[in-house]
Design a binder for this molecule. Structure first.
Ligand code: SAM
Length: 476
């Protein structure tokens, strides 16, 4: 088996043309294009209506957050406490017994999936010494163990595993932290070395050492483990493309992450601080039971869905926000740099950069823990609908009126030229969930949903256009 493993962790055939991985039936609405300074992006191939689902996709990889893994299905991440009396049917992992599945269907689906908690991944994880590692580091090993096993499966001729490795390879990876910090420091005229990049490499070295030990312990060929460079690249891809999937709110209101999902097509969507899309998911959706339950239905509720917040004309780039919309400029800049390796130059950032500090405090609620939780849920951040992105509705048609002087016309197409404080505030009032501490995004329902309604992708709250207008009146 060892001889079948290619010398490179990623298949050589993998390259950056996203067209090869497109299988989504709604793809006719979308096209991939290069965006100067951003890499690839998704564009509207035709006029898109507010509320339309532009993309719906199953994950390429789905794995639990180590600290909460025992409370969620190790195949589909469904919360055991969402099952009601069916929770009695939870199937413990037959190998480690530490985690379980929400149904026999999920247990069987995981057993047959080299990228899930199958026997081989379970053995690798059980052989990994997790002592002294943070939750984040242990979760990184969940991801890396799945990658190792997918690679092994691809080497034994499993075409689906090879396709998944190719899709992983095609994901964008931001430059190494050292590179973009150095670039930032250069721009700021600082000669200070980026210490954090060194410690980060040391941490990855430590993780890789444990992974290699586990690979040996389970009798897999040493080449199954990635090199240090490949591991660093895998983790950068994971960081820039993984969507954090939120757990249901705890009784005390705390929201934690249940796991991470990586989607290949959704990973093509770039960030903008006033985006055109919102992400919805429904990880605790009603399970298909009885004879209809199959491996396919077991994971059906793990799909992510992106809906248009407003009308988008053909040719315009479709964007999402990688973190909650109300975040202040400084936090957005920091997150973009540190987690995704870019400086956001969107019209909102340009406009807010001109504001005085006092003027930018309107939406500054970053010390609010709920906002941080919501941030974790947003993309990659990792990432998503999670409610995060389990995102989901609005007053149809366009963004809020941009320039009253042109007759109150809604924004159409790029808004850069009309972006001002009034537009930004109106956009936030309209599309940020009004529920206290939620910070989700309000998007119109997918047709044929009720017109003039919006639905929050985090808490599921609904608001009508009339209610929005009344709230707007009340704030003035
Ligand atoms: C989830 S991927 C988005 C798709 C990516 N552009 C590609 O080519 O596959 C995230 C990465 O895209 C780039 N990116 C996303 N939004 C950007 C923006 N507003 N400006 C510059 N780069 C951006 C960054 O490199 C980021 O790490």
């Amino acid at each position: 088996m060892a001889s079948a493993i290619s010398s490179s962790f990623f298949p050589r055939s993998a390259h950056l043309s996203g067209f090869e991985v497109i299988t989504n039936p709604v793809w006719a609405m979308l096209r991939i294009g290069e965006v100067p300074g951003k890499g690839r992006g998704l564009f509207a191939a035709r006029d898109i209506k507010a509320g339309e689902v532009v993309l719906r996709e199953q994950p390429l990889l789905l794995y639990p957050q180590q600290s909460t893994a025992a409370a969620f299905c190790s195949y589909c991440l469904r919360a055991f406490n969402s099952l009601g009396s069916a929770a009695e049917a939870v199937v413990p992992c037959g190998n480690c017994g530490r985690v379980g599945f929400c149904s026999a269907t999920c247990a069987a689906a995981a057993a047959a999936d080299p990228g899930s908690h199958c026997a081989a991944v379970c053995a690798l994880l059980s052989a990994c010494n997790m002592a002294g590692l943070s939750d984040e580091q242990q979760t990184a090993l969940q991801f890396l163990a799945r990658c190792c096993n997918l690679r092994l499966a691809a080497a034994t001729g499993q075409a689906a595993a090879a396709a998944r490795m190719a899709a992983l390879a095609a994901l964008a990876a931001p430059p190494p932290l050292s590179q973009h910090l150095a670039q930032q420091q250069h721009q700021q005229g600082s000669a200070v070395q980026a210490e954090s990049s060194i410690s980060s490499t040391m941490v990855v070295q430590e993780l890789l050492g444990r992974l290699r030990h586990a690979v040996a312990a389970v009798g897999a060929p040493p080449e199954a483990a990635p090199t240090l460079e490949e591991t660093l690249e895998l983790l950068r891809k994971e960081g820039a493309n993984g969507y954090g999937i939120m757990a249901p709110s705890a009784p005390d209101g705390e929201r934690r992450i249940r796991g991470t999902a990586i989607y290949s097509q959704a990973s093509l969507i770039n960030h903008e601080c006033l985006p055109s899309l919102a992400r919805f998911d429904c990880f605790d959706g009603t399970p298909v039971a009885g004879a209809g339950a199959t491996a396919a239905t077991a994971g059906a509720h793990t799909a992510v869905e992106f809906r248009a917040l407003h009308d988008v004309p053909a040719g315009e780039e479709l964007t999402q926000s990688y973190f909650p919309l109300p975040w202040p400029l400084a936090d957005r800049r920091q997150r973009c740099q540190e987690d995704y390796g870019f400086t956001c130059t969107c019209p909102r950032c340009q406009e807010e950069a001109t504001w005085s500090e006092a003027g930018s405090e309107d939406w500054e609620t970053d010390e609010d823990a709920g906002m941080e939780d919501a941030a974790a849920a947003e993309q990659a951040h990792g990432s998503g609908c999670q409610a995060p992105d389990h995102h989901h509705h609005e007053h149809p048609h366009q963004p809020p009126p941009l320039q009253q002087e042109d007759g109150g016309g809604a924004a159409e197409g790029p808004v850069a030229e009309g972006m001002d404080a009034a537009y930004i505030n109106l956009f936030l009032l309209k599309f940020v969930c009004p529920a206290e501490g939620c910070y989700g995004t309000m998007a119109p329902p997918a047709p044929p949903g009720p017109a003039d309604h919006y639905e929050c992708n985090m808490c599921g709250r609904w608001r009508t256009e009339a209610e929005f207008m009344a709230e707007l009146e009340a704030t003035h």
